[in-house]
Design a protein around this ligand. Structure first.
Ligand SMILES: Cc1ncc(COP(=O)(O)O)c(C=O)c1O
Length: 350
């Protein structure tokens, strides 16, 4: 079989040789006891990169979001997030299950946006009291689309005016910053707290960061302890995250260029319906028509191209640092060959 091109997610990257060397040499302590210097350095660099006062290293993005919700909201309080958000759709409903927090959806538009007026209508008090509004940037289920600083500001203005805080799920915030040719601090200026991931486009094996005010992070540290997220010689993994933060930001533009190239190649094929102009960052979503979606993905996997089915006919492919431009061209060719060999279930697109 030809080499595998893994487009399932940007989480599949393997640590590079250099990253592994850095990990092996990392200075460590006991982070729960507060003396792991590498974790301290990572938290400081992350706070700086996101324009916040303090940071808290957590094992995953899901835990970063959960700890944020637990810190902002008490039992019986409400958090509002987008209808297509990762928080509401892909995180096991941790906030209601573990924190007694009511979670409520405000509609996301196709590009992950939220209408400030619709949000205003949903915010309520006192039973329950809306304590938090969550914004996702880039927006995963809405095509990896980017949310601008002004769109974030408009949403945050409504939240803050109503006494609610704003949490930004910026799992891929540096993708958004690179795509918008701005810096993360600008995109995050209106967020009271921020979660971002090292284990996605930045290419580290493990870890996410929660940032916010010093007072917020002090309380979040207790919540991380409660959900079992405090780690010991965490400098081993923090060193990889720090290396990623220092070396892998600008190259995200390569992933975006690859995603556009992939979209243009795929969009020209029969049976594939998509708008290449809709690619906002490193993700490509498309619909297969006239052939069975599950069969398509299985045949493609047999040819060494791995992708994700987000619904029976909808497919997601994600570009990352372990996928080269040559891999993109090879992937398009393999998709072409697979489609050509497939039995039609209904007529192909015209
Ligand atoms: C937007 C968004 N938020 C949060 C997460 C959760 O990250 P993790 O898989 O590290 O828990 C993801 C993961 O894909 C994500 O896409």
């Amino acid at each position: 079989m030809p080499g595998v091109i893994d487009l399932r997610s940007d989480t599949v990257t393997r640590p590079s040789e250099e990253m592994r060397r850095v990990m092996a040499a990392a200075e460590v302590g006991d982070d729960l006891l507060g003396d792991d210097p590498t974790v301290d350095a990572l938290e400081e660099a992350s706070a700086e990169a996101t324009g916040k006062a303090a940071g808290l290293f957590v094992p995953s993005g899901t835990m970063g979001n959960l700890v944020a919700l637990l810190t902002h909201c008490g039992r019986g309080d409400e958090a509002i997030a987008g209808s297509e958000s990762h928080i509401l759709n892909n995180e096991g409903m941790g906030a209601p299950a573990l924190g007694g927090i009511s979670t409520r959806a405000v509609p996301n538009d196709e590009r992950g946006g939220i209408d400030p007026a619709a949000l205003r209508d949903l915010i309520r008090a006192p039973w329950p009291t809306t304590k938090l509004v969550c914004i996702e940037n880039t927006h995963n289920r809405c095509g990896g689309s980017v949310i601008t600083a002004s769109a974030t500001h408009a949403i945050a203005e409504v939240a803050h005016a109503a006494g609610a805080q704003v949490h930004i799920d910026g799992a891929r915030i540096f993708n958004a910053a690179v795509a918008l040719e701005t810096d993360a601090r600008t995109l995050l200026a209106d967020g009271d707290s921020v979660q971002f991931c090292f284990s996605k486009g930045l290419g580290a094996p493990i870890g996410s960061m929660l940032t916010g005010s010093t007072e917020f992070i002090d309380r979040a540290r207790m919540m991380r302890r409660m959900v079992g997220g405090s780690m010991r010689q965490a400098g081993i993994v923090a060193s990889a995250a720090l290396w990623a933060l220092q070396h892998n930001l600008e190259r995200l533009a390569d992933d975006h260029a690859n995603a556009r190239r992939l979209a243009e190649g795929l969009g020209a094929l029969p049976h594939i319906v998509m708008d290449p102009a809709g690619v906002g960052s490193n993700m490509v979503f498309f619909t297969v028509e006239g052939v069975d979606g599950a069969d398509f993905r299985a045949r493609l996997a047999a040819e060494g191209v791995l992708c994700t089915g987000t619904s029976p006919q909808r497919v997601r492919m994600v570009c990352h640092l372990d996928v080269s431009r040559a891999d993109i061209d090879a992937a398009v060719e393999r998709v072409r060959a697979v489609l050509a060999a497939m039995p039609a279930s209904t007529p192909a697109k015209s």
